[in-house]
Ligand binder design. Structure first.
Ligand SMILES: [Zn+2]
Length: 274
């Protein structure tokens, strides 16, 4: 699923087109992407609402509509796009949520396989939602010490802790693999065995890699598209993810791959990571 850099890219792309705009009559093609809200409540909450702000929390895009917030969790095949032309047949085919804007443009949540989720939260729902998620890695309150205390309490593999949204927001499989390689840490290492020096390196690499990925508009592995419908470019800079069996870019050793840590693919270098 799109991780922090991809969702941040989408949010930055659509924000200028949405802030201050009023939504017209919203339509929804399927109910199966709704989470904790009925079609009726969703449409009643969206119709006629004005977008106050657009921001990202973890891997989700959030439209602040004043009384309520629309939280969009794009699935592997999902994206939010603002179209400035009438939708083509192909664009219409996968448009799950369509929200006409008062300037003639249209906001669309597009999802080929409909594995994303839409939520509509009031103030209390928002508080419960955001309090269940850990710190944002690019915010100042995410420090090496805070990362260290989350890791120090866990017997689990360090990679699992990095991807656990209760400890850290927005990092998934791609960026956990990349950050651990850059920091020279074996993804299967028990989190509490990391040293303060490991915490500092890992903290710095997580931030550096996420910033670099945002600068490249995210990573396109399958269907991810930016908020303007373009693919991202960070896949060109990935050092381990998707490179199992290929030579390590640092030492030339064949990169190993395993599904044993968390059922997802972990790719790493035996020689560079310990
Ligand atoms: Zn290596």
């Amino acid at each position: 699923m799109p991780e922090l850099p991809e969702v941040e890219t989408i949010v930055r792309d659509i924000r200028p087109a949405l802030v201050g705009r009023q939504l017209g009559r919203v339509s929804l093609s399927h109910d199966d992407i709704l989470s904790g809200v009925t079609r009726r409540t969703l449409l009643r909450g969206l119709n006629g609402a004005t977008v106050q702000s657009v921001f990202r929390r973890a891997k989700h895009a959030v439209l602040d509509l004043g009384a309520r917030r629309l939280v969009v969790q794009p699935g592997m095949t999902g994206s939010l796009i603002v179209y400035d032309h009438p939708l083509t047949d192909e664009e219409r085919r996968y448009a799950v949520l369509r929200a006409p804007l008062d300037d003639g443009r249209e906001l669309v949540y597009r999802d080929v396989r409909r594995i994303g989720k839409l939520r509509l939260l009031d103030a209390g729902g928002w508080r419960r939602y955001t309090e269940a998620i850990g710190p944002e890695p690019l915010e100042p309150d995410f420090t090496a010490a805070r990362l260290g205390s989350a890791l120090g309490r866990s017997r689990q593999a360090v990679k699992k802790v990095l991807m656990d949204q209760r400890h850290l927001a927005g990092v998934g499989n791609i960026y956990a693999n990349e950050a651990l390689f850059a920091a020279g840490i074996d993804p299967s290492k028990p989190a509490r065995k990391l040293t303060p020096d490991d915490h500092r390196r890992l903290h710095a690499e997580i931030r550096r890699i996420l910033e670099a990925a945002i600068a490249s508009n995210g990573t396109t592995v399958r269907d991810y598209r930016t908020g303007t419908g373009e693919p991202g470019n960070f896949q060109l800079e990935l050092l381990v993810y998707g490179r199992e069996g290929e030579p390590c870019r640092r030492c030339g050793t064949r990169l190993a791959g395993t599904h044993l840590i968390d059922a997802r693919i972990s790719v790493f270098c035996h020689r560079c990571q310990s």
